[in-house]
Each structure stands twice: as C-alpha cells, then as structure tokens.
Design a protein around this ligand. Sequence first.
Ligand code: HEC
Ligand code: HEC
Length: 346
Amino acid sequence: MKHQLTLLAGAIALLLAASCKKDAEDPAPPGTPGPAPIDLAVPWYFPIMDVPADNPTTREGIALGRRLYYDTLLSASGPMAGRSCSSCHSQALSFSVPGSPPGFLQVLPHVNLAWSSNFLWKGEVQGTLEDIMRFEVEDFFSADMNILQNDPHYPQLFSQAFGSATITQDAVDKALAQWFRSMISSNSHLDQYLRNEIALTPSEQNGMMLYLTETGDCFHCHGLPLTTDHDFHNIGLDSTFSGADQGRFLVTGQTSDLGAFKTPSLRNIALTAPYMHDGRFATLEEVVEHYNSGVKHSASLDPIMTKPGKETGLNLSPQQMADLVAFLHTFTDPVFLTDTALASPF
Ligand code: HEC
Ligand code: HEC
C-alpha cells in the first residue's frame, strides 16, 4: 500500500512537472493582463520552497532573468566587462566551469539554490536569492541600469515582468532570483530511484547505504534530496590555515570558523571537478580517500569528522570506496544539463 502511494505521488509529481514545463514555454494568451504566475515543478520529496511575497515567480520574470544571465550587457560598464554570468556558469557543467578565475575560489554551480540561504564558499552573503543577486549585480558586475534602459528590448521586457518600463537594480535582482528558482535539478537516477521509477545497481545501492549510515556518514552534511545542509564546516583539509584557506573565519572573525566552508550541493558532482574550494582534488576517488584516511586535525575541525571509532578516518575497503563513488554518479541529471528552458535564449 505504502509502495503504491509512493508510486502514485511520483506519477502526480511527474504530471505536474510535465504541465509546468508546458506552461513555461507557451506564449501568453493574447490580452492576458500582467505577468503569468508559474508553479515551479518541485518534486514532492523536496522541502517546500520559500518565495518572498514581493517577488512571486512568473513566466515573464523567469524569461527576463534568463536573458540577463546570458547577456554580456549586464557587465558592460564594470570590472567584468565582456562577461555574462554564463561565461563562468555553464549549463553543461551544472552551471559551473572547471577551475577558478584568477583571484577567485572554484566556481560554485547553480543548482537548487532556491533552498539555500547561505551563499558563496565563505558565506559572505546570507539571506534570499534576491540578496545574493544584489551582491552579484551591484558589487561584482557594477551593472549600469542606464545601459539596460537604453537597450531596444529591455524596457518592454521589464514592463511585462514587473509592470514598469523603468529599470531598477531591485527589478534586475528580482528577475535573476526568479530565474534561479527555476534552476531545479530533480531528474537524476537518484531522483528516479526516490520516485520508485528505477532500481539502483548493487554497487550504487551499497554506496547509498554507506552514504546514509554512520559507516560513511555523508548524510550529516550532504543529506538527501538536496545533498547539502547549506551550512559551513571544517572537514579537515588542512591543519593550519592561511590566506583564503581560513574560510568562513575571514567573514565572522570566529576562530571556530577557521577552515570552514559552505557544504556544496553534490548534484551533478561527477561533472564539476576539480573538487573543494581550491580544487585540490582532481577526482571523486581522491575526495573519498580524503574522508577515508586524509582528515587533518585542528581546533576547529568539525566533530563529525572524528566521532568515536573514526579518529583515523572511515576505514572503508577499496570496494566500499568504489561503491560510494558509484552512488555519487547517480546524482548526475542529464535533463537539467540539457533542458532547453535553461539554455541561452540568444
Ligand atoms: C568571472 C567568473 C564569474 C562570473 C562572470 C560570475 N560568477 Fe558567479 N561565481 C564565480 C565564482 C568563482 C564563485 C564562487 C566564489 C566564492 O564563493 O568565493 C561564484 C559563485 C556564485 C554564486 C554562489 C553560489 C553558492 O552556492 O553559494 C552565485 C549565486 C553566483 N555565482 C551567481 C552569479 C551571477 C548571477 C552572475 C552574473 C551576474 C555570476 N555569478 C557571474 C564566478 C563567476
Ligand atoms: C561535516 C560535514 C561533512 C561531511 C560529514 C561530509 N562532507 Fe563532503 N563536504 C563538506 C564541505 C564543507 C565541503 C567543502 C569543503 C571545502 O571546499 O573546503 C565538502 C565537499 C565535498 C565534495 C566536493 C564538492 C565540490 O563541489 O567541490 C564532495 C564530492 C563531498 N564533499 C563528498 C562527501 C562524501 C562522499 C562524504 C561522506 C564520505 C562527505 N562528503 C562527508 C561537508 C561534509
């Protein structure tokens, strides 16, 4: 009975997903007043998505945010001139690019960020997607509203999305935030498994057991289905800290935050090498080896890393480590990576 209910819920979620997809692509019926509200296709096993009351998600808002994201016009006058957001955040790689631009940490992917309230590796910005967009557009791009205002297309697009052709920083942030809410990855093998649509291989299944139990203990920080607690932890990459490796300490000044970084989402993780804030690991095998035997001690090390019995690491067998990596590969979502609704509109 329970199994049937789950299947039924899965079927409903799929139907909803299909109908929302359709909504997002259909043109507005002629004469429709105002932007058209959209119910985003959030699977039933995801947490509720909080959307600020003053920025409801609409078809026109998402379309505008998507265009801004792919448009170099947004950066035209500032220090990032010539770049679009997408120049460092590429859909095929879960909206990241390999490595780090000069002077930056590794590029963070854009996936399921609607559920996050801590942004950037060190958590410089906390709050809503609107808040991080304000930071990206104002502080990072120094975007010039006059350039958008003088463009032949944008005034009308802003008017359609927000009812005013006067382009404000606030409206830019809101449109981008709506677009980010639509960047939902929920069609990986993991999701299909959670929806009872497919079975995992024995190796993936074993990897999942390690991931979800004390043996591998990944779930404490990378819990399903979002695969991140959106919190900050020092996972023992170093025992002494200098420069950017001081992590969240550089934001809070608290010594307990030395070496702590945001837990990244592991969705599409097989595609976003190299790994960690500084890209020190080239493969998922190296990452798992770190958790298995490489954890370095320091006063701010997260206690989860050295629970009784794990003082010297997880002590997994080579087969167990391979199973864990196989499970991480089930987080890859080909639909998300190729969805035309998320691709460049240009
Ligand atoms: C030059 C490359 C580059 C460009 C262009 C760029 N980003 Fe990023 N982005 C990064 C890097 C690097 C990080 C991680 C930096 C850090 O956390 O210290 C990042 C992080 C982010 C994050 C935080 C994700 C998280 O999980 O906390 C968001 C949101 C974001 N970028 C949005 C944007 C938007 C919106 C634009 C366009 C206005 C943009 N980015 C343009 C390189 C870039
Ligand atoms: C105490 C919390 C915690 C636990 C437990 C934990 N992680 Fe992490 N994980 C993090 C944090 C924080 C980072 C980012 C660290 C950094 O870059 O400095 C991370 C990074 C990663 C990355 C690289 C992500 C990227 O985008 O570069 C992978 C892969 C990963 N963890 C997998 C696992 C696996 C597999 C397990 C279980 C064996 C696990 N983690 C256990 C908190 C945790």
